[in-house]
Write a protein that binds this ligand. Structure first.
Ligand code: NAD
Length: 257
């Protein structure tokens, strides 16, 4: 029986990479996120070509009732959710005093609270089966801060707390809960913040890449999407069953400093 994996925010970037890795491993994959429907259809078709089946659910991660429907749909279609990957995330770059309150609320809702809702829905069946994997795509910003990213850093530090607390609750039920903490990965989320960061810091867009993003990434290279996806696959494997309540960094040495 193939495993069933829900990946939030998987129509693009890291989430899509994780969805592809699990599909290639034979899993059923429920994808979620925004984007043109024809492109999403092409994604589910490709993900369904490895043995498992893939469906799409368009739940908006700011809306608890839509998140509940995503999780209920996954359980109804496939029996249960074996692996939950909380990946959906957005960014906004601004000094605290100018930070729009609606952006703060949106970032906390998508990057933190949505994971509480998906976990709340997935945990009872995982506990009953005494098996399950919850993987939260956090960030190096779950461990250290940068200026002008107050909401993102707060949400990502929060997801680390949620990860640890849930891991302790589930440790004796065969369910692990962990976070992945990537450094900078060149995805649409990162590309979009380059102009705003340039403006906030008064520097060129090229300088944002070299002097801001890769300044602390000791390898001076962006992390690849596949490198993050490989960690998700590992955390969902039997070999990782004693890893819980922690994070794996994939940040080119950023948080070693
Ligand atoms: P991305 O912009 O490429 O993808 C984000 C995904 O989330 C998309 O599928 C988008 O449609 C979806 N999404 C956005 N708002 C949503 C909402 N309200 N409801 C449902 N889906 C929504 O971004 P990415 O860089 O791949 O980021 C994915 C995750 O990785 C995020 O949690 C991000 O914080 C984290 N991360 C990214 C980097 C990086 O450098 N790219 C580094 C560390 C952590």
């Amino acid at each position: 029986m193939p495993r069933t994996v829900v990946v939030t925010g998987s129509t693009s970037g890291i989430g899509l990479g994780i969805a592809k890795a699990f599909a290639a491993d034979g899993a059923n994959v429920v994808i979620n996120g925004f984007g043109p429907l024809d492109e999403i259809e092409a994604i589910t078709k490709e993900l369904s070509s490895h043995g498992g089946r893939s469906i799409y659910h368009g739940a908006d991660m700011t809306k608890p009732d839509e998140i509940a429907d995503l999780m209920a749909t996954a359980a109804r279609e496939f029996g249960m959710v074996d692996v939950l990957v909380n990946n959906a995330g957005i960014q906004h770059v601004s000094p605290v005093e100018d930070f729009p309150t609606d952006k703060w609320d949106r970032i906390i809702a998508i990057n933190l609270t949505s994971s509480f809702h998906t976990m709340k829905a997935a945990i009872p069946a995982m506990k009953a089966k005494k098996a399950g994997r919850i993987i939260n795509v956090a960030s190096a910003h779950a461990l250290v801060a940068s200026p002008f990213k107050a909401a993102y850093v707060a949400a990502k530090h929060g997801i680390m707390g949620l990860t640890k607390s849930a891991a302790l609750e589930l440790a004796e039920f065969g369910v692990t809960v962990n976070a992945i903490c990537p450094g900078y990965v060149l995805t649409p989320l990162v590309e979009q913040q380059i102009p705003d960061t340039a403006k906030a810091r008064g520097i060129s867009e090229e300088q944002v890449k070299t002097d801001v993003m890769l300044r602390l990434q000791a390898t001076k290279e962006f992390v690849a999407i596949d490198e993050v996806a490989a960690i998700a696959l590992f955390l969902a494997s039997d070999a990782a069953k004693q890893i819980t309540g922690t994070h794996i960094s994939v940040d080119g040495g950023w948080t070693a400093q």
